[in-house]
Design a protein around this ligand. Structure first.
Ligand code: SF4
Ligand code: MG
Length: 322
């Protein structure tokens, strides 16, 4: 239903010449009713990807299609109509809620702007609050009277007000107390089921992505380096970066050995001066000469599982070495 093709996003460097390569050719698809987890460290381009997918920003090149409609080319009324179908949930709902408006006013305003629920707005506001597990009494409250979890519920209700098909969730629980994270995650899972939604779920937290995703895309320095079914990618990673990310969290089954040993050292490189060859090579314990020269393509190494790594590609064609 949602397709991104070869998305590139570059920003000018503030201090002088050159560009920051925020995204360097990202392609992915989101199926109907599917949850695609996108995981990577901060600065890997996850949030840039989210902004391009909802058309908050235009890509430098590449395209985004929703049900076959080219969002990157949509303008005016068509863009507004398409934007309703794909809504974004932010990490900090507080910054996106007007502090001077009661919750009910915030939701009514969204309905009014989109010409929805004419005549029955109060009832619709009540329904929306109920969908996110809040009683009708919350309509009279101001954002500062809400807990973090309640504010995120209001943020979700506001997104649902326009009856979207796709939600883009950018670190939706990272700012919340650990104790309420599970509640919001469960709410999201139930809403997906009840409303037939699809999600792009963006997080730096592998455990969170593992919990909710059907498929997972691992991002590094503006690229997808591994993508596939969540179990295939997170339990049997092929890319050394994915393997290192997964080793940082407790394995669900400690008796299972990791297929590859890899470790990550150092910092994420400056995206204004990305490394030659494989962008991961300065931090990769498996790096070889070829890695410094050639940028590995994303290749299908297992059914419905693609990886961008020279060593993984070679290992896949030499099964006896395993
Ligand atoms: Fe490491 Fe080379 Fe694979 Fe890049 S291509 S992840 S440097 S082994
Ligand atoms: Mg971010």
């Amino acid at each position: 239903m949602l397709t991104a093709t070869d998305l590139v996003k570059q920003y000018p460097v503030r201090s002088g010449e050159g560009v920051v390569h925020a995204l360097s050719g990202v392609s992915l698809t989101l199926g109907d009713g599917e949850i695609l987890g996108v995981v990577g460290e901060s600065g890997c381009g996850k949030s840039t990807l989210a902004k391009l997918l909802v058309r908050l920003e235009d890509p430098t090149s590449g395209r985004v299609e929703l049900d076959g409609v080219d969002l990157t080319a949509a303008r005016g009324a068509e863009l507004r109509r398409q934007r309703r179908r794909i809504q974004m949930i932010f990490q900090d709902p507080y910054s996106s809620l007007n502090p001077r408006l009661r919750v009910g006013q915030t939701l009514s305003e969204v309905l009014a702007v989109h010409g929805l629920a004419d005549g029955g707005r109060e009832r619709r506001v009540g329904e929306l609050l109920e969908m996110v597990g809040l009683s009708g009494g919350f309509a009279a409250r101001y954002p500062h009277e809400l807990s973090g979890g309640q504010r995120q519920r209001v943020g979700i209700a506001r997104a649902l007000a326009v009856e979207p098909k796709v939600l883009l969730l950018d670190e939706p629980v990272s700012a919340l107390d650990v104790s309420v994270r599970a509640e919001i995650m469960n709410l999201l899972v139930n809403l997906r089921r009840d409303l037939g939604l699809s999600y792009v779920f963006i997080s730096h937290d592998v455990a969170m992505v593992r919990h909710i995703s059907d498929r997972v895309a691992v991002m590094y320095l503006g690229r997808v380096v591994e993508i596939g079914g969540w179990k295939s990618v997170l339990d049997r990673p092929e890319h050394p970066y994915t393997a290192a990310l997964c080793q940082a969290v407790p394995a669900p089954d400690p008796t299972r050995s990791q297929p590859i040993e890899a470790s990550v050292t150092g910092e994420v490189p400056n995206p204004a001066a990305p490394p030659s060859g494989c962008p991961f090579h300065p931090r990769c314990s498996l790096a070889e000469d070829e890695c410094r020269r050639l940028d590995p393509a994303l290749l299908p190494l297992r059914p419905a599982h693609e990886v961008a790594c020279h060593v993984a590609a070679r290992r896949a064609t030499e099964p006896s070495a395993a």
